[in-house]
Design a binder for this molecule. Structure first.
Ligand SMILES: [Fe+2]
Ligand SMILES: [Fe+2]
Length: 166
């Protein structure tokens, strides 16, 4: 396996200096998260999974595809979209906007277009990088969904314990 973490970090840092990427922090994601921190988490998880599976990847395309996979730039609630409608439509919107701003390779386009598969059945991931981002996105989203619930449960448990266990 030849994946170079220094190249990965360098590409990630380069994108994080771009104000168009930084602006993603103004768009909310799953419970309490924002699109920038979500995309950073997905990018790091994608590289971790590549290492875990022993898959050779193109570091630059992985970082760009992962960091731009949710580049749709709207607030889901403000747009009044159902979860299903947003789920099926945002990969194409993100791909088009990201291509306009960052001039994507075909692989990068597919990473973004295919990240919600199998929900978007006609657009499967076609590379190792695209599979990694699709898997990482689901894993990170699951944690983001569960984390606030876990926090609430811990608080409730603590209140219960303080009241009932002396
Ligand atoms: Fe997404
Ligand atoms: Fe995502």
């Amino acid at each position: 396996m030849t994946n170079d973490k220094a190249v990965f970090v360098d590409e990630l840092n380069k994108l994080l200096e771009d104000p168009r990427i930084v602006k993603l922090c103004t768009f909310p994601q799953h419970h309490g998260s924002n699109t920038l921190s979500h995309c950073i988490a997905v990018t790091k998880k994608s590289f971790e999974l590549a290492e875990k599976f022993g898959w050779d990847i193109d570091e630059r395309e992985l970082v760009r595809g992962a960091m731009l996979h949710d580049y749709y730039q709207y607030n889901i609630k403000e747009e009044g979209l159902s979860a299903y409608r947003h789920g099926t439509s945002h990969p194409k919107i993100a791909m088009q906007k990201a291509d306009k701003d960052f001039h994507l390779t075909e692989k990068e386009k597919n990473i973004i277009r295919g990240h919600m598969w199998p929900l978007t059945l006609a657009h499967p991931p076609k590379s190792r990088e695209a599979i990694l981002v699709s898997l990482a996105d689901k894993e990170v989203a699951a944690v983001e969904f569960v984390r606030p619930e876990l926090r609430k449960a811990r608080k409730a448990y603590k209140r219960f314990k303080d009241r009932t266990i002396k």
